[in-house]
Design a protein around this ligand. Sequence first.
Ligand SMILES: Nc1nc2c(c(=O)[nH]1)N[C@H]1C(S)=C(S)[C@@H](COP(=O)(O)OP(=O)(O)OC[C@H]3O[C@@H](n4cnc5c(=O)[nH]c(N)nc54)[C@H](O)[C@@H]3O)O[C@H]1N2
Ligand SMILES: Nc1nc2c(c(=O)[nH]1)N[C@H]1C(S)=C(S)[C@@H](COP(=O)(O)OP(=O)(O)OC[C@H]3O[C@@H](n4cnc5c(=O)[nH]c(N)nc54)[C@H](O)[C@@H]3O)O[C@H]1N2
Ligand SMILES: [Mo]
Length: 754
Amino acid sequence: MADDNLPQTAEYDGPVGGWGSAKGMAAVGRVAKAGPGALETLAHQNKAGGTMCSSCAWGKPAHPHSAEFCENGAKATLWDLTSARCGPDFFATHQVKDLVTWSEYDLERAGRLTHPMRYDAGQDRYVETTWDEAFQTIGAELRQLDPKKTTFYASGKAGLEASYLYALFARSWGHTNLPDSSNMCHETTSVGLTQMIGSPVGTCVLEDFEHCDMILHVGQNPGTNSPRMLHPLQEAAKRGCHIVAMNPLREKGLLEFANPQSPLQMTVAAPTEIADSYLQVRTGGDIAALTGIAKHVLKLEDEQGGVLDHDFLNEHCHGLQEWMDWVSDTPWDRLEQVSGLTRQQMQRTAVCYAQAKAVIGVYGMGLTQHVHGSDAIGALVNLLLLRGNIGRKGAGCSPVRGHSNVQGQRTVGISEKPKLVPNDKLRELFDIEPPMEEGWNTTAFVQALLDGEAQGFVGLGGNLARAVPDQDRVVQAWGRMPLTVHVATRLNRTHLMPGKSSWILPCLVRAEEDIQNGTNQQITIEDSFSHIHASIGKRAPASSHLKSEVAIVAGLAAATVDANPKLAWDDWTADYARIRALIEATYPDQFHDFENRMTQSGGFYRGNAARERNWQTDSGRANFTFPRDLDATGLGDDDGVFRLMTLRSNDQFNTTIYGMSDRLRGIEGDRMLVMMSPEDMHDMGLQAEQRITLGESGGGARQVAGLRVVPYDLPRGCLAGYFPELNPLAPLDRHDMLSDTPASKGIPVRITAT
Ligand SMILES: Nc1nc2c(c(=O)[nH]1)N[C@H]1C(S)=C(S)[C@@H](COP(=O)(O)OP(=O)(O)OC[C@H]3O[C@@H](n4cnc5c(=O)[nH]c(N)nc54)[C@H](O)[C@@H]3O)O[C@H]1N2
Ligand SMILES: Nc1nc2c(c(=O)[nH]1)N[C@H]1C(S)=C(S)[C@@H](COP(=O)(O)OP(=O)(O)OC[C@H]3O[C@@H](n4cnc5c(=O)[nH]c(N)nc54)[C@H](O)[C@@H]3O)O[C@H]1N2
Ligand SMILES: [Mo]
């Protein structure tokens, strides 16, 4: 880009990790006002006998580093262990109508919630209540509602024990409206991969990263969202493993990394280069790009033979011939146009792929959050299948999961789909009649909310009104629900949209002691690699009024569900091993010997049939799939319409904002911005830092004003900005066709200069 007339793009010139990450942590430490015990918690983080990080779901190695935590995991822990408190005094001085104007950043900085609070409409304030009053009143009010119009949302953090009870609470009371943050995230994986290979989760384990010789890394940002992944990536790069990144944005974490735990790299040595090839695909261009790579792999097979794994394809796959016919009918110029890559780039990647012995396909929200997200996953799976890269050492597909226990919550029954739950077992164990019709996922719940159907909401964590599409309409509708209950650690905007009866129930964080019946209880979580780990908290709770998530769920359930001797909510709370025994009884194949295995270093593997090449699909084989559209956004090329991707900065965990620095992208200051290519800015006559409005492409009401333009190295026609600020622009009806996952990437927008 030599044109002097073009604005300079934002850029961070240090590597990921390195001193920058130490400074980033220290800055958040100051804002969080964490107590000294936080450092001790970090020293034991992600190790057997310690606390499992509450940030992302990346695997925890059996042989951990001396400090097995990352910059952003440390921020999450410091945030949880803040010394700031948001108690009755705070609420006495602030009415809800004022608080609702505060930013997420300011609300969460008020500190940890300390007391159960009830909304008093007369004063427009939350006022202190007792646990007993809260449970009894909420139970009585829930019982007035139709269970089928009530929603129990889970945000992905609560451990397996609380999650199992939460799902049992819903089913024993009479509904399966159990949306999970997963519905906005990797539901595309759960539904898509199941159709393709019969597995709702990835097929890799952490050790596979030691044995692969190519990693195709698509639409995921490890430097910010799973920084501990940078260690295996760095080791792989050093070993000579080819790392090919496919991403519209040149993410620093995929370019180079200085290991903060290596004194040599922090001082004199050069950082490790990570990706040896960076394919700057157009937003939504992955189906075309991956198909282009596959097309050339097929050509190499035609020309020289020995490229495809014929034994695997014959024995294990379905639909190869039809798919090959479709690929050969799909012309290169179309693949180039939609992907934004050149034919040569796709061909070079194909040559690398054809030579690699073991390939891992890694992916994140850049694939899943599209209208044709499941087709994009299909395109990656098709490519992997060609050379038998699923179900053997060093190979497989590896979705990088979000919240630290989001995968586990699904495993133990938080699902709106009865077919995914062993209902016979539940009948047998608890004498209940679980509802057999499908409940609401997140998209269906939001639709029900907008339609005035949704009556009661319980949130086990999360900030749902801010995380979903069509934020402005959702905010209008939220308070119309007669009952809202939030189990939370910090105050957020969703709590400030009270209905007639609204409650905030404050809970312990994972790093805090959870004493029941005189014993500090362990909880368990599942990581991205289907490994289950015990976790124990050792810090004194932020307030003596807090309860654990298990105790809160059990308390609500006992006050709501008809008495039944087999539903021993209080006994279960007294000893979480009893809940684990129920999980083991419900899922014996995966959780046998749960209590003994959960404490082993590296966790225990609950197994995955697809990894054993046992395909639990309709065809009994791994399926090649066709996309509905080559463009994952489903958008054409409409003049003046840009594709907006909404992402995370380096200083946030979803709607929790730690600070205003997106260090790795070289962006500082505020979050109301839009990244744009200098060429597009030039064409539209826009200057750097100029304020613009983004609006709905069809001229409708959705818009966000006051965004500053940041020149950024992005493909033409593609914009990027931050979630959740840009959520008013996402239409609810734009979601993945198979799984309903909102299309948070590839939102069609127009720009107006202001
Ligand atoms: N520190 C921190 N860690 C987190 C989180 C957090 O907010 N902060 N959130 C957690 C959660 S819940 C989740 S789900 C994960 C999310 O982790 P990611 O999956 O990394 O999610 P995003 O930040 O949305 O970034 C998506 C990436 O995809 C790229 N991308 C966007 N559109 C496309 C496309 O069309 N094609 C391709 N190839 N790439 C594209 C973007 O440039 C970006 O690099 O992280 C988890 N970990
Ligand atoms: N535009 C756009 N929208 C998106 C996305 C995107 O990329 N773009 N990503 C989507 C994705 S992947 C996800 S996962 C969702 C996230 O959506 P959510 O899971 O609903 O949101 P979070 O921001 O993770 O929730 C933060 C709140 O959880 C509470 N909390 C924190 N820790 C705990 C705990 O230990 N226990 C309990 N009970 N509560 C706790 C705190 O009160 C905090 O304010 O957003 C989705 N929305
Ligand atoms: Mo997520």
